[in-house]
Design a protein around this ligand. Structure first.
Ligand SMILES: O=C(CO)[C@@H](O)[C@H](O)COP(=O)(O)O
Ligand SMILES: [Fe+2]
Length: 228
């Protein structure tokens, strides 16, 4: 029997204090990874940080980096994030001209390959790609901003993706991102997600460390109760 999938909590630094990033990273040292949202004001209507800042974060972070690239020209940029030694690099399929080639390139450069889908993007056209991926990111809000409400309409897509992964026997994690709270994490985990990005639900709390432990316990319970 294969090992049960672990539930991971990846806090998003979009909700952290950008002037004190090193201290903010130290507050989430019990997280599984730190989720770094890169936005270019082209793929999404917001602008955050780019490669030089991400490279510096990588040098001081106590946990691995999980980059979420919400950028155009991702086929050119994503491999450079992999070269920076990040644990995982996730690109949006809507922004890529050659997603299979890109996923292979990320793996070849030593990063886990993640592929993200906007809420309105169906998963079915990409199921053949699962063996090329380490992680499928199903956005549970429109990408661009933290602090939005979880879109329940994405739950059937999470269920279908989990069924396809189980059916094909591949080892692909399902990450959800957007509106994850103590309440919504249960629904997302029951549907089949096992990596949870949480910005406001971690950094908005007096103790990010306690918030991470509590979210992880809730996610693990709901994921396990769904028979996995
Ligand atoms: O990628 C994004 C937003 O586009 C996310 O990573 C958000 O930063 C998550 O923030 P919360 O919804 O958890 O506050
Ligand atoms: Fe994100």
């Amino acid at each position: 029997m294969s090992k049960p999938l672990a539930c991971c909590i990846n806090p998003s630094i979009l909700s952290a204090d950008f002037v004190n990033l090193e201290a903010e990273l130290a507050r989430i040292a019990n997280a599984d990874a730190v989720h770094v949202d890169v936005m270019d004001n082209r793929f999404v209507p917001n602008l955050t940080i780019g490669l030089p800042v991400v490279e510096r974060i990588q040098q001081v972070s106590p946990v691995p980096l999980d980059a979420h690239l919400m950028i155009a020209d991702v086929d050119r940029w994503a491999p450079l994030y992999a070269d920076a030694g990040l644990d995982s690099v996730t690109f949006h399929v809507e922004a890529s001209d050659a997603p299979i080639k890109l996923a292979r390139e990320l793996r070849a450069r030593g990063a886990k390959a993640g592929m993200a889908l906007r809420p309105a993007t169906a998963v079915e056209p990409y199921l053949d790609m699962l063996p090329e991926l380490d992680m499928l990111l199903i956005m549970t809000v429109e990408p661009g901003f933290g602090g939005q409400s979880f879109l329940d309409v994405t739950l059937p897509k999470i269920r279908r993706a989990r069924a396809a992964i189980e059916g094909s026997g591949v080892n692909v994690a399902i990450q959800v991102d957007g509106g994850i709270t103590e309440e919504t994490i249960t629904r997302a985990a029951e549907a089949g997600a096992n990596i949870f990005v949480a910005g406001s639900a971690v950094y908005g709390k007096p103790s990010p460390e306690d918030a991470i432990n509590s979210l992880r316990a809730k996610g693990q319970l709901a994921f396990g109760q769904a028979g996995r």
